[in-house]
Ligand binder design. Sequence first.
Ligand SMILES: Cc1ncc(C[n+]2csc(CCOP(=O)(O)OP(=O)(O)O)c2C)c(N)n1
Ligand SMILES: [Mg+2]
Length: 595
Amino acid sequence: MKTSATPTTFPSAEIGREMNGADCVVECLIREGVDVIFAYPGGASQDLHQALARTDKIRTILPRHEQGGSFAAEGYARVTGKVGVCMATSGPGATNLVSAIADAYMDSTPLVAITGQVKSKFIGKSAFQEIDFYGMTLPVVKHSYLVMNAQDLPRIFKEAFHIARSGRPGPVVIDIPKDVQQAKITPVFPATVEFRNPYIGAAHRATDEQLKQILPLIAGAKKPVLYVGGGIISADGHAELKVFAEKTNIPVATTLMGVGAFPEAHPLSMQWFGMHGAAYGNWAVDQSDLLFCLGARFDDRITGDAGKFAAGAKIVHIDIDASEHNKNKHVLLPILSDIKYALGRLNELIAVHKFTPPDTSAWHAQIAQWKKAEPFDSSAGFGKSPHILPQEAVAALYELTKGDAIITTGVGQHQMWAAQFYRFNEPRRFISSLGLGAMGFGYPAALGAKVARPDKQVIDIDGDGSFVMNIQELATAHIEKIAAKAMILNNQHLGMVVQWEDRFYGSVRGNTILGDESNVGGPENPTALYPDFVKIAEGFGVKGRRVIKKSELRSAIQEMLDCDGPFVLDVIVPYTEHVLPMIPAGKTVKEMILK
Ligand SMILES: Cc1ncc(C[n+]2csc(CCOP(=O)(O)OP(=O)(O)O)c2C)c(N)n1
Ligand SMILES: [Mg+2]
């Protein structure tokens, strides 16, 4: 397609040389600081790959499945805070991106997903590999574009990256027909973006009037709690949070998205709360008289029965997304603000007004007593089992890595144990699919994380069910030399579903056994273990080891850590363990199962 449109004029812009649309896309990516893209080619995105082949400024990583590539882009984004970029061809390539786009939407991850589209003259004609990807992804994107004029590419890419990373981050889809990629243009690169909708570009900041209402609330509270979500991490507000918590002497409970936003080793930390979170965190939130919800969204896995959640508390909710205010829970004081700014300004107001927190020693004593009575990660039971317990494997990994690894996970029991038994003192260290809960996230996310942080140990603590869902990414790890490790807590079952079967469905197994149902493998029946993950890894050229004996657990983990390439450690554990504590879905803290 030859575009006749004259270049758009911008207040401050740079006119490029003549190039085709695909080269223009690559130029836009370079200008946005993109250094890696996870991209799988096809007819409708081939020109884009040809353009990528013409640059040495961007590393193009070929995943073995578009879902793997897009989860990897998310892993990269979650670890760096930068926008992750993935790309796929039209039709089946694009549909394979949907899970990651939905995941990025649910977990507020900055992601730009580029898709090739059939030639524009075929759009709407049910052409080969034509899918209305713009329409299909509408409910799970922050924004999306179908580019019909190559001249629009620079503006669209500038906007897309801005939207993906600003405010509450999220996914943006850019669908580019093949003829737009091939069109010859003289691009005009805008230096900045302007949105006709002022809300999009606005930097929301709490006013002093709003913030000044907070200090008297703290002064009057006897049982205050900070409920901290992933918004603190997105906003890079963890340093301000620490100062605020210490200056006000308020205990902190995070969500799973917020893990690492506040150091878990800090005396004020109550780790994370919710369905499988610390009992004391749940009790404290339940009993609180003042609850600060910071960058979180009253998810049902946090609240249980929202009507009875923190029923006696005055609630302050600071969030960058106005649509979260009063959505799941009515609050006393909703404040629309960048959370880093709000906390920083609150800290200044505290200093200016020489604010001293009230005496809440009775509350702190109560929490200390709860912590003693019901420790979160009690290791007391490990010795009792002749077999390696899954919790024990995570605790050993924590010890042997000195708490310094980046951990990704699949979805299931292992995910909860990873969060319970590994301690996180820094943000962007616990990377997991939380809102969507997408099995198969762990290993590709670890690849993306390791590409971003080659200096760190990156370990996917995975389930045997979840790992299989993107097992083909072992090939990507081997070929691209990405030393991401997987430690599989192999219980031969879809353990989390089994747990619900045991608790709520009379232990009837409804397709939750992953091997031969008549000969179930496990530590007591090792010959029936299925599949053989070590052999599969070897087939992909990746080292692996299976460990069954408790006495060999630590040396096996050490071997994995010492390996300078990718590694699969298959840890055989019994399937009989349950993740506790547990607040059954839709119930309250009073119904929490502890034993
Ligand atoms: C893509 C996808 N399909 C189904 C589920 C439902 N689901 C949640 S946890 C789980 C079991 C996961 O098994 P595994 O990965 O072995 O972990 P485990 O619970 O055994 O540790 C299932 C099937 C899901 N979360 N994601
Ligand atoms: Mg399992």
